[in-house]
Design a protein around this ligand. Structure first.
Ligand code: PBG
Length: 324
């Protein structure tokens, strides 16, 4: 059909007409809010590069969780800061670590709130890399045993989902087996399957104090130029037992989200990362962008690309708008 028989503008005339043919719906059900927890009492440190984001001690995080639960956000993603770092990132699997304590405290008050925990060593190692070092290289296989200890410690604190973000080969299978052997067959694995080596993580490394002390993460995170390789990563993680797969970052990788959604039969999560958040906050603070509109457009675009779940620092702001 051609003009004037078909006029696409007819369905754009009024808001109710637009509503009727809208293809992508963004709902609070699809949002997860990341939280940074740290040891100590009565601490709430603002993260300078991420307005509205804080590092919380476990006692102080509860007020934030009250707000998240009141907004009906279904889940949180926990990152932890240790009281001391060492070569092996030992505090990552300590029963009294900030993530483990926060998980217990949150589950105690909100048993229904989904707790996803980040499984990685970079916040916990003195060198800031995501695994154990041999010389200046990250030793893949030696790291796997520690990662599975971390995952089991999170599961025993009450995590519903563990999310390995380290990008070691084989970690999903090893973690799945350790969880099962420890009686946590009901705990899910959300694999950071296609995690790119991205400069958009810059502000996060301030929030999580996890910048590598030498070099970068190119030897384990993916090359931003690759798409087919992401499909191989996702296929491997699914074979190894991933229940859900993640693409990260989100906005510069919408094509990857779409391919994963089309080619695999698993729920797809997308991580709208720190740099994506900070860019919008900074431009809005300068008066250069309409923050709420850009935020909703961004989250809708990530959904349209194929994400079932979005991990985003905008979760609270978006939930407020969606409920108003
Ligand atoms: C840990 C981890 C990172 C992020 C999530 N988990 C940083 C990194 O790989 O350096 C980034 C999240 C964000 O930027 O919001 N490995």
């Amino acid at each position: 059909m051609y003009f004037p028989a078909y006029r696409p503008r007819r369905f754009r005339r009024t808001e109710n007409l637009r509503r009727m043919i809208r293809e992508t719906i963004l709902a609070v059900d699809q949002l997860v809010y990341p939280l940074f927890v740290m040891p100590g009492r009565d601490v709430q440190n603002a993260v300078g590069s991420m307005p509205g984001v804080f590092q919380f001690s476990v006692d102080r995080v509860m007020a934030e969780v009250d707000e998240i639960a009141a907004l009906n956000i279904p889940g949180v993603l926990l990152f932890g800061l240790p009281s001391m770092k060492d070569e092996r990132g030992s505090e990552a699997f300590s029963e009294s670590g900030a993530v483990q304590q926060a998980t217990r405290a949150i589950k105690d008050r909100y048993p229904e709130l989904v707790i996803i925990t980040d499984v990685c060593l970079c916040e916990y190692t003195s060198h800031g890399h995501c695994g154990l070092l041999r010389g200046h290289e990250v030793d893949n296989d030696a790291t796997l045993a520690i990662l599975s200890k971390v995952a089991v410690s999170h599961a025993s604190a009450g995590a519903d989902i563990v999310a390995p973000s380290d990008m070691m080969d084989g970690r999903v299978g090893v973690i799945r087996r350790s969880l099962d052997e420890s009686g946590f067959e009901g705990v899910s694995v959300l694999a950071y399957a296609a995690k790119y080596c991205s400069a958009f993580y810059g502000p996060f490394r301030e929030a999580a104090d996890s910048a590598p002390q030498f070099g970068d993460r190119r030897a384990y995170q993916m090359d931003p130029a690759n798409s087919d390789e992401a499909m191989r990563e996702v296929a491997l993680d699914i074979e190894e037992g991933a229940d859900m797969v993640m693409v990260k970052p989100a906005l510069p990788y919408l094509d990857i989200i779409r391919r994963v959604k089309d080619e695999f039969d698993r729920p797809v999560a997308a991580y709208n990362v720190s740099g994506e958040y900070s860019m919008i906050k900074a431009a809005a603070a300068c008066g250069w962008l309409d923050e709420n509109r850009v935020m909703m457009e961004t989250l809708t675009a990530i959904r349209r690309a194929g994400a079932d779940l979005i991990l985003t620092y905008f979760a609270k702001d978006a939930a407020k708008l969606l409920q108003s």
